[in-house]
Every structure is written in structure tokens, then in C-alpha cells.
Design a protein around this ligand. Structure first.
Ligand SMILES: [Zn+2]
Ligand SMILES: [Zn+2]
Length: 338
């Protein structure tokens, strides 16, 4: 079968590997669609802290189940995606059900080889049934589940205001899931094209361009001086993370979804006076995947609009470089096996 491997930063190479054979506890999927996200692009760039090379990238997968290995509730030919965070099942996090932040987590396409290959062998317990969704939609469930998980952590009440910093694919997923929880969304970004997308495609009522407007004043105006009860960071940018606290209302929650490499700092008086709840949100849980699938099936969200670029598997290697450039207008690239 064909594979695409990131040999070292900046170098993606096509190759071949033997087709996987069914092992105990694993199923085999014929990959049809692979969503590309910031993690993959940063791995290619060499700026993602958790990567070793060579590595086959790809964790946003949809495909057809070809070998069920006796898994209950699944049939050969089913359209499936997977929860790509493989957990140990017995560490302190796993014991409390927080498989998303398992102490020895192995993320498919990050710590172990991922989905940029024709067939993959994955643990049967990672399978998610995608009934009613197209394969393209199924490949978008994982990034949206990240948003669903963050929104669940925020505990949004209808009528809350939610500032979402960063209007990339993860930020857009947070906006969509927060909207379904009844929040009024304020999107903040430095890229006008992305803010336009928020307004036109997601009907986000408020968008703020940080380069052009004083964002703190703008949030104050929109909220009649209250500021925002919830702030999400989906930029993974140090300055944005440090600035984000200023948008937060007293008694509010600040949830960091994006990841960067350095230490960050806040003014302690600013942090204290709000009685800020600060948390990170990592990966997602199966129930987040299921929530997203239900929302797509019930037409509450239409993530297909996030796809800005579609290429065949053979074109993928040459396309990575251009997806790193903001002027390409990239939100979600999708690789398809024809
Ligand atoms: Zn991703
Ligand atoms: Zn664990």
C-alpha cells in the first residue's frame, strides 16, 4: 500500500509498506479522507514539541471498515472515524475517565504513525460509528470534538458571552459548539479573511480584528461593560494567551485550547480580582465525538464549509508548504484517496 511519511521537518516522502494484517484487538480501516490541521502543519514545519521523525502524520480520519475482527456493533463496509488518542486505561487520569489526558497517551499521527496511508490498523475500542454522515464530514468530527470538549469544560449557560480568540479550524469548532450551548459569540483574530468567514458562514454576531481595533474596548462595548463570562484561546500564541485575560469578566473562566512552547504570565492582581478559573482543554472524549456526530446528523452544524482546500493523496506532499501560508486562506485542508 501507499504511504506518505514526514521524514524530517520540511520533507514529506511517498513510499510503500505491506498492507496491515489484523492483530488481536485491532480493526482495519481503508482510509478515504484525512483532515489536515495545525498539528500536522507544525510537525512538517518542525515546530511541534511532541514530534519525532520519521512519522506518518494524520489523525483526522474517515474511512471504510474492511476488517472488523469481531467488533460488536460494526460491520465491514461501515463508514467510521476513530478517537485517535490511545490511552493506557490504568493511570490516574484513565482511572477517573479522563482518557483524553492519559499520562502515557499515544496520539495517532503524533506519537505513533497515523493515517496518511491506504490502510490503517487501529484498536477496535477507538472506532466511532459514523452512520448518517458523509466520509468528508466524518473526517471533520475530531477537530470539532476538540471544540466540544473545551465548551463542555467551560460550562456555558444560555445567554453567556464567549470570546473565542483564533478563528482557525479549532476556533471555529469552539464557536459552533458554544453557539449550540446558547452562548453569544465574539470572534477575535488578526486575519480579516477568517473573521469574514465567521460572519458570513457561521453568522457570528461580533468579530474583532485585533490589529485594527482595541479589542478590550470592543469587548467592553459589546458586553455593556461586563466583559466576557468565558474566554477561549485557540491561537496557541503566547501574546494572545497573555492578552486574553483582559477580555474576561469577573468570576469568568479562561480556557486554553491552543498550545505553545513557552511559559506564560499574567498580572496577579488582574487574575485575582476576577477570581479567574484558568484551565486547559486537551484532546476530547468519546462523548464529545458522539455529541458532534449528533449535531452534524441533526443539521445543527455544517462543518463541510470549513474545508477550503481538497487535494488527492498524490498531491498532498506538494501542498503542505502552501497551507502554511496565511495568504492561502487555509482553514481546513482535506486529503482524499480517489
Ligand atoms: Zn487535529
Ligand atoms: Zn492512562
Amino acid at each position: 500500500m501507499k504511504i506518505l511519511s514526514c521524514q524530517e521537518p520540511g520533507k514529506l516522502e511517498y513510499g510503500t509498506a505491506p498492507d496491515p494484517i489484523p492483530e488481536e484487538g485491532n480493526v482495519i480501516i481503508k482510509v478515504s479522507n484525512i483532515g489536515v490541521c495545525g498539528t500536522d502543519l507544525h510537525a512538517y514545519e518542525g515546530t511541534q514539541p511532541y514530534f519525532t521523525y520519521p512519522r506518518i502524520l494524520g489523525h483526522e480520519i474517515a474511512g471504510e471498515l474492511v476488517h472488523t475482527n469481531g467488533s460488536k456493533g460494526f460491520n465491514a463496509g461501515d463508514a467510521v472515524t476513530l478517537v485517535p488518542y490511545f490511552s493506557c486505561g490504568h493511570c490516574i487520569a484513565c482511572r477517573s475517565g479522563a482518557f483524553n489526558c492519559c499520562v502515557s497517551i499515544k496520539v495517532f499521527g503524533v506519537h505513533v504513525d497515523g493515517g496518511m496511508q491506504e490502510y490503517i490498523s487501529v484498536p477496535a475500542h477507538s472506532l466511532v460509528n459514523g452512520e448518517g454522515l458523509s466520509l468528508q464530514e466524518l473526517a471533520l468530527v475530531e477537530p470539532l470534538a476538540i471544540g466540544a470538549h473545551a465548551v463542555q469544560k467551560a460550562g456555558i449557560f444560555p445567554g453567556d458571552t464567549a470570546v473565542v480568540c483564533g478563528a482557525g479550524a479549532i476556533g471555529l469548532g469552539i464557536m459552533e459548539m458554544a453557539r449550540l450551548s446558547g452562548a453569544r459569540i465574539i470572534a477575535i483574530d488578526v486575519n480579516e479573511q477568517r473573521l469574514e468567514f465567521c460572519r458570513n458562514k457561521l453568522a457570528v454576531p461580533y468579530t474583532i480584528h485585533t490589529g485594527r481595533t482595541d479589542a478590550v474596548d470592543a469587548v467592553r462595548d459589546i458586553t455593556n461593560g461586563d466583559m466576557s463570562s468565558v474566554v477561549f484561546d485557540a491561537t496557541g500564541n503566547l501574546r494572545a494567551i497573555e492578552n486574553g485575560l483582559q477580555y474576561l469578566a469577573h468570576s469568568g473562566k479562561y480556557i486554553l485550547v491552543g498550545l505553545q512552547k513557552q511559559a506564560f504570565s499574567f498580572s496577579h492582581p488582574e487574575f485575582h480580582k476576577r477570581e479567574t478559573t484558568l484551565m486547559s482543554s486537551r484532546n476530547a472524549l468519546r462523548k464529545d465525538f458522539e455529541e458532534v456526530i449528533t449535531a452534524i446528523r441533526n443539521k445543527k452544524i455544517d462543518p463541510a464549509s470549513f474545508i477550503t482546500h481538497t487535494v488527492s493523496f498524490g498531491e498532498a506532499a506538494d501542498s503542505f508548504g502552501s497551507w502554511l501560508k496565511p495568504e492561502s486562506g487555509v482553514i481546513k485542508p482535506m486529503i482524499r484517496f480517489d
